[in-house]
Design a protein around this ligand. Structure first.
Ligand code: G6P
Length: 369
């Protein structure tokens, strides 16, 4: 096992640091920015169906569901397709309005999650076309779908998902861009820009790792926090949910992720000088709004950790701690902004002496209801 961990203390940290490579692996052979080339072999034949789709329904559980929420923004923004994201466990027990004109995308690292598999069977019985985004080759979900794209993140051993999430987001981004290109909903210029930026992501993720020591120091300060709030807007809202989930899963600290603007409808009541609030505050279209949300939290003495874009000079003096991430195209932000949150939860959990690779009560793959 020590050999498998490749010198790291835990699989989780090994898998976090693998992401600069695994994100590249999930694009390998599919993308060549210089040639303006983007192709997903498994979906080729079905691309026209995506282009014609009036609606996509995404199903998944846990972290995979969060990747689905990111994809909702991507497909809507780039390909102008209406998207609904469903917890597989809820979808399967409703009487969902779904039929042969719908496309269902099932997202699953393991490809074995019982609820996701059952949601697929239900959608299939109603005539929908099913695509899979799975990590494990030949898994039950991969076999149950009409077509799909593997994430190629390599085996993920840590129960808390890290590299599988970024690989899912990468592959879903590729699918959304390919659909948008074929549909004509993005310009040639944006298309090329996105492909170039995607190729730069592994290097940008590598740059985030340079902050690991700083994140460790922040983790030390908050090791004994009892609660955490994570706030983000737009594409960073699902990242806030994912950051909160990571912390809960492995450190057993209660954490909530919220869209930053929803804070005033509840969570703001929780804020006092003991409440750490993690803000996803990268320079994107909601930047100014996030800045005022930060001010609202600081006015109530909350302790703010802000994930900001490199070179930001406005936010650092307003908050308690900042962690910088490199600038990228707004659409690709989650791929860099999630990394510091994974590291933060990892270091907090280690400092609390938790079994990070196998947290209590959780399973890597939930194959029963
Ligand atoms: C479990 C795992 C999570 C995972 C979820 C969905 O809860 O602990 O890390 O996100 O299942 O699993 P899947 O394999 O379908 O992505």
């Amino acid at each position: 096992e020590a050999i498998e961990k490749g010198g790291y203390d835990h699989f989780m940290i090994k898998e976090i640091f693998e992401q600069s490579k695994s994100i590249g692996d999930s694009m390998r052979g599919r993308l060549n920015a210089e040639a303006g080339h983007l192709q997903l072999g498994g979906l080729n034949q079905y691309l026209d169906r995506l282009v014609a789709a009036e609606r996509i329904v995404i199903v998944g559980c846990g972290t995979s569901w969060h990747a689905g929420l990111v994809a909702e923004y991507l497909f809507e923004e780039l390909a102008r397709i209406n998207v609904e994201v469903e917890y597989a466990s809820e979808f399967r027990y409703r009487n969902p309005v779904i039929g042969k004109n719908d496309i269902v995308i099932a997202i699953s690292q393991s490809g074995e999650t019982a609820d996701t598999l059952a949601a697929i069977e239900l959608a299939k019985s109603k005539g929908a076309t099913i695509f899979g985004v799975c990590n494990v080759v030949g898994s039950s979900i991969a076999r149950a779908t009409d077509a799909g794209a593997y994430t190629h993140a390599g085996p993920e051993i840590g129960v808390a998902s890290t590299k599988a999430f970024t690989a899912q987001v990468t592959v879903l981004t590729l699918i959304a861009i390919a659909t948008a290109k074929r549909k004509g909903t993005i310009s040639e210029e944006t298309y090329i820009q996105l492909l170039n930026e995607l190729e730069n992501i592994p290097e940008k993720v590598e740059q985030v790792f340079e902050n690991a020591q700083k994140i460790k120091e922040i983790a030390f300060i908050f090791t004994y926090a009892r609660n955490f709030i994570y706030l983000g807007r737009g594409l960073n809202f699902p990242v806030a949910l994912e950051g909160a989930l990571k912390l809960k899963e492995i450190s057993y600290i209660h954490a909530e992720g919220y869209p930053a603007a929803e804070m005033k409808h509840g969570p703001i009541a929780l804020i006092d000088e003991d409440m750490p609030v993690v803000f996803l505050a990268t320079k994107d279209s909601s930047y100014e709004k996030i800045v005022s949300n930060i001010q609202e939290v600081k006015a109530r003495k909350g302790r703010v950790i802000a994930i900001v874009t490199e070179g930001d000079s406005l936010i650092p003096p307003m908050v308690d701690f900042v962690i910088e991430v490199p600038k990228t195209h707004e659409i690709l932000t989650p791929l860099v902004s999630v990394i510091p949150l994974q590291l933060l939860s990892y270091y907090i959990a280690v400092m609390r002496g938790r079994n990070v690779d196998q947290p209590r009560n959780l399973a890597k793959s939930v194959t029963v209801e």
